[in-house]
Design a protein around this ligand. Structure first.
Ligand SMILES: NC(=O)c1ccc[n+]([C@@H]2O[C@H](COP(=O)([O-])OP(=O)(O)OC[C@H]3O[C@@H](n4cnc5c(N)ncnc54)[C@H](OP(=O)(O)O)[C@@H]3O)[C@@H](O)[C@H]2O)c1
Length: 324
């Protein structure tokens, strides 16, 4: 029997990973800070939800006991330096310890495109530097395991906080001033990322593999914003005028978004991350290594964007609460 402990299994990618693992016959434990966060996966057969502070090394090692595999999907997009270091650097250290203590033989760590485990200091954002630190720690301490490090570009799919948010913004605002408009991305479908996690767990033998997870096409951010509105039918399918703004204005815009209630739509650190092209590195192995042919964006995004997005309502609530 294959048993996997999933950290971050309640999130956008995690929900798809859980579903695929269950379908493939795995027994799954999802660790979560709050049981209520797991409502979208708790019904899956053979899945157990465990309330756990993953940052408690001893508790994590106890939770890992009895599992053949561990998947780490925990990440944050916004926060202080200390919060990034804790989530992306210190947690992998604890995961390495837990795997060693509990005899877990397989580990899949979902990182991010643009990470450089050899030169973390050279990267422009707290997100990328802390993610790099996490990879470096795992590479140094888990070489005896079957370790897969997966580096996705931005991930799209039903319920994403990416195309849905761009489309929702354009339902509310008549035009889109966009920071980082020319930043490049190679978006990958959430189902392809989840399939890559499952296939990585099912590979035989030990050793480390680092794979990039990218879709088949490269887009600028501006193109993605325009596509999202078109597919969502905003302004009768014409979308809104989208124009790039200079870096200083982007930083000011991000600063203002950071001051709004809830998680910011865009932070200054997100802008810093976009200075690294989010596209496949020539020569790096990708999804094809796992036999996955990645899906193109528009056919899939049309389906979920044209149905309307819960982000539209959420955005409306946030704006009303801010400007009241
Ligand atoms: N989404 C993308 O476009 C994208 C692109 C590149 C890479 N990735 C990577 O893919 C992985 C999964 O991303 P995702 O989009 O699924 O993220 P997500 O939806 O934000 O989910 C992350 C999960 O991590 C847990 N978590 C969040 N903050 C935590 C904290 N401070 N301490 C402990 N647990 C915490 C949460 O679980 P509980 O609330 O249940 O505790 C949450 O379900 C991450 O490593 C991310 O960096 C994502």
């Amino acid at each position: 029997m294959n048993n996997a402990l999933i950290l971050g299994g309640t999130g956008f990618v995690g929900r798809h990973v859980c579903e695929k693992l269950v379908r493939a016959g795995w027994t799954v434990t999802v660790a979560t800070r709050r049981r209520s966060n797991a409502r979208e996966v708790q019904h899956l057969p053979g899945l157990t939800v465990a309330e756990l502070d993953v940052h408690d090394a001893a508790a994590l090692a106890r939770a890992a006991a009895g599992h053949d595999a561990l998947v780490n999907l925990v990440a944050i997009l916004h926060g202080t330096q200390a919060a990034f270091d804790k989530a992306h650097g210190e947690l992998p250290q604890k995961i390495a310890g837990a795997c060693a203590a509990a005899g877990v033989g397989k580990l899949v760590h979902v990182s991010a495109l643009g990470v450089n485990a050899q030169k973390p200091g050279a990267l422009p954002s707290m997100y990328l530097r802390s993610k790099s630190m996490g990879e470096a720690i795992l590479l140094a301490s888990c070489s005896q395991l079957a370790l897969t490090i997966l580096r996705p570009s931005v991930i799209f799919g039903a319920g994403d906080k990416f195309l849905n948010v761009f489309a929702s913004l354009q339902k509310v605002f008549p035009f889109m001033p966009l920071a980082g408009a020319e930043a490049r991305f190679q978006p990958v479908w959430v189902e392809d990322v989840a399939a890559a996690v499952v296939k990585s767990l099912e590979r035989s033998g030990a050793g480390v593999q680092t794979l990039e997870a990218c879709g088949p096409e490269v887009f600028t951010l501006k193109q993605l914003v325009e596509i999202s509105a078109r597919l969502a039918g905003v302004n009768e399918g014409q979308g809104r005028p989208v124009f790039g703004i200079p870096a200083w204005a982007g930083a000011l815009q991000a600063r203002m978004m950071e001051m709004m209630p809830g998680a910011p739509l865009m932070s200054r650190d997100n802008l810093d991350s976009m200075r690294v092209p989010n596209v496949a590195t020539p020569g790096m192995p990708g999804l094809a290594t796992l036999g996955i042919e990645p899906a193109a964006l528009q056919g899939i995004a049309r389906d979920y964007l044209s149905q309307g997005s819960p982000w539209h309502d959420l955005l409306g609530v946030r704006l009303r609460s801010h400007f009241r």
